[in-house]
Design a binder for this molecule. Sequence first.
Ligand code: ATP
Length: 382
Amino acid sequence: MSNKTTSLRQDRTDTSRPSATGDPVLRLDGVEKHFGDTEVIQDLDLTVRDGELLTLLGPSGCGKTTTLRLIAGLERADGGTISLRGDSVVSDGAFLPPEERDVGVVFQEFALFPHKTAAENVAFGLTDRSGDERETRVAELLELVGLTEHRDQYPEELSGGQQQRVALARSLAPEPSVLLLDEPFSNLDVDLRVEMREEVRRIIKEAGVTAVNVTHDQEEAMSISDRVAVMRSGHIEQVGRPEAVFQQPESRFVASFLGHASFVSGDVDGDVVHTGLGDVPRERIQGLAEAYDGSAVDVLVRPDDARVRAARDGDGNGRVKHRRFLGPTILYRVELDSGDVVGCMHNHADDVPLDQPVTVELDADHDLAWFPRGAPRVPGDD
Ligand code: ATP
């Protein structure tokens, strides 16, 4: 989006939630990383605040894991600075090695020691404490992750979820300033993944640790995070509360990446915006500045914002072209007479005929996001 366009729009960038107002614990400024000729991270800025759980979310290859590895010191940045609790760990020419950074990492594959028990795995990394102190801390952590009863079991005797709890307890044991989690749920089966998301959030919050999580799973990011940073091609496209990035996306990419998105074309005309779904009161469109009078815009419509029914008395405005049965819901794809395509989510029992005249109506109790027409579209927009 051009600067001109941005300046015409009302400011929608302040999407932090109150919990993101603590002291900064981790700061990345202008971080860059190349692999050969490929610029993988470009001018990346990010601040993570005390006690916050922030998720880096983006498509495969956008640079999430590389960012995490740069924070941990497992990769060297080619430019920019990284600081932890105000102390620089990466700056011009300076590089603090991983073992000297106050950072814990939970890897995808958990990386537990197979010949150590759960308790011994957790105790690893507590060598600077006396025997009694170590034992007390291990017991505390095993209780925190709900594994007191399993302290003497070896990793192969534990389920995937229990192994993850051990890995988490081990990383939390030295009380790191920041805990980094690299796709922590990807090795768990689907049911366990959902259960462990809630558990991991609970454990992180009870431990009070500042955490950065990495995932390409939108639902995971939105369900566990205080804030989500949406990444694209090595930079952060938007950062904010999950509700804010979902409801007020600042780019078509963010709108599309966070869920099914239809873009319905509209013409701004005084108090209304004329669209293929009828006239939408201008006040229902988020922050549509006066400068856009007479302009063409695209209005973001999510599938739960639109209802489709068989046309009555010739009031149709489109035809259903596709029906995707998803179990509890059905996603209808409707081609509007205006040429736009819109998705409509319905209960599994709502049957709407294919290829017959239908009427799509907006059914949203929130204001709708929009984008100036003619701004470059990105793949996957439609
Ligand atoms: P995924 O979700 O698939 O794990 P990601 O967003 O975590 O992806 P990265 O693993 O950070 O992405 O990789 C970003 C880009 O950098 C990719 O194009 C990847 O191929 C490239 N890359 C990562 N590590 C290296 C390396 N050691 N050498 C060369 N290229 C690399």
